[in-house]
Write a protein that binds this ligand. Structure first.
Ligand code: SF4
Length: 471
């Protein structure tokens, strides 16, 4: 099956949710609704855990949220007196796309039943797992999330909060986590705040934790604040408690604003759409050109194209129509069909005929899609196509929860900018600079996939996608 949802994009990592309510309510339904708002963060598997303080129900499977939680299956999440739960939508960054790797993960431990949902990567998962295996630990999955459960369980003599605190200190990388022991819900974030996590309040009393605040309106929740980098929060009584566990050096993922987060999501106080408009404005300054039209690659390039048009004074127009029904195709993914996938998804409109077009997109991964889109516009009569990319060239892998293609597949890792331009057949090509990203976001962002400087370190030993499986 060919996935046309994201044409040659970096893959989003995962979306996580946690909910604790003072009053019993339909936790399962609410979490499924919230997960649908986070669907863009992972389309391979979905899962929900609910609890009433005694019993715990878990439903998870491979597929989109609406497929996993079809009406018949929703009934399996009905639990009398349920007032808390956690949920996860997954794109596999470690471990294969297998059902047993779907989350939340649950385990019986010295702390009773624990359920955990995780977004990101623990870069030192492999050596910790090896150490735990040598100490007699048993693992049921091939992902890195289970390493955290095992670490927590090892601190049998400590209260849960202190055990989680200790585990946080041992783990490195970019991560956000929600977990529950049936009594409380905990949420935590790595010291750089690489992966996002926000807190909302429920009107009847209670709290929600989510990767992005876009889930809150569906839960009736109001935005309270971001979980701070390195912070551990939990519910005690009906109060939100907090502990600053890790020292803080904020390096949030630049790609959340460039592409991953939903346009209406506010992360660290900055809405993704606004950030994309600012990125486009910066790009217009760095990549000025005489042209007649600014055309976005829908949907990912829209915000930056608006910014580019605004700052350059060149009119914005929809020069590419995106077919909303071409999400997935059951056509066999032969090379010939792969070449057609852009045509299945995008079609040029007549506005480009006879025009010098500035084509704006958020990133170039392999370059194949950009090449096809430039060709589409040229065939439709565009006289010039000037590609403008609202991020720097991607040259390095991400170790913090984003599935970058293998380095040899990243066109900018093996070609200079002029060679990328020649490959895409664009008349000119300009990538936004790292300074431009910092200026547009006004944050000390992680830019490791652009410059190879990893703020939270690099894996100890290989942590390629399947390395835990091989171990
Ligand atoms: S390496 Fe790139 S994708 Fe990964 S966290 Fe840093 S900015 Fe985000």
């Amino acid at each position: 099956m060919m996935d046309l949802d994201s044409l040659d994009k970096l893959h989003e990592e995962c979306g996580i949710l946690g909910l604790w309510s003072k009053e019993p309510l339909a936790v399962g339904e609410l979490l499924v609704l919230g997960l649908q708002a986070l669907q863009h963060r992972g389309q391979e598997a979905a899962g929900v855990v609910v609890s009433n303080g005694r019993d715990l129900l878990l439903e998870k499977d491979l597929g989109l949220v609406a497929q996993v939680f079809a009406p018949g299956r929703m009934r399996r999440l009905e639990l009398e007196g349920a007032h808390l739960g956690i949920a996860h939508t997954r794109y596999s960054t470690t471990g294969s796309n297998l059902r047993f790797n779907a989350q939340p993960l649950t385990a019986r431990s010295s702390k009773g039943i624990l359920a955990i949902a995780h977004n990101g990567n623990f870069i030192n998962a492999l050596p910790i797992r090896q150490r735990l295996l040598e100490g007699g630990a048993v693992f049921q999955t091939t992902g890195d999330t289970e390493v955290m459960i095992n670490l927590i369980a090892r601190y049998a003599h400590l209260e849960l909060i202190d055990a989680v605190d200790q585990a946080m200190r041992e783990l490195q990388g970019g991560f956000s986590v929600v977990l529950t022991n049936r009594e409380t819900v905990l949420a935590l974030r790595d010291g750089g705040g690489v992966r996002p996590l926000v807190i909302g309040t429920l009107p009847q009393g209670g709290f929600v934790f989510a990767s992005e605040p876009v889930a809150f309106p569906l839960l009736g929740a109001s935005f309270l604040r971001d979980v701070r980098p390195g912070e551990l929060v939990w519910i005690e009584g009906d109060e939100l408690r907090s502990r600053q566990v890790l020292s803080v050096k904020p390096t949030p993922c630049a790609f959340e604003w460039i592409y991953f987060a939903r346009a209406d999501a506010k992360i660290n106080g900055l809405e993704a759409h606004q950030a994309r408009v600012h990125l486009g404005e910066e790009l217009a300054r760095e990549g000025a050109i005489e042209a007649d039209l600014v055309v976005p690659v829908p949907d990912s390039g829209i915000g930056a194209a608006i910014g580019y048009a605004r700052a350059s004074g060149i009119p914005f127009d929809y020069g590419l129509y995106k077919n909303p029904y071409a999400g997935r195709s059951f056509i066999q993914p032969t090379q010939a069909m792969r070449d057609l996938k852009v045509k299945l998804k995008l079609a040029p409109t007549s506005v480009v005929r006879g025009k010098r077009v500035v084509l704006v997109d958020d990133s170039i991964v392999r370059g194949t899609t950009s090449r096809h889109i430039v060709q589409l516009l040229q065939e439709a009569g565009a006289t010039e196509v000037h590609m403008r990319i609202s991020s720097p060239p991607i040259r390095f892998p991400c170790y913090y929860g984003i599935d970058t293609a293998a380095r040899k597949e990243l066109i900018a890792a093996t070609h200079d900018n002029e060679a990328v331009r020649v490959y895409t057949r664009a008349d000119t090509l300009v990538f936004l600079s790292e300074g431009g990203v910092r200026h547009a976001t006004q944050q000390s962002v992680c830019l490791a996939c652009f410059n190879g400087q990893y703020p939270a370190g690099v894996p100890q030993g290989e942590l390629e996608k399947l390395s835990l499986e091989r171990s």
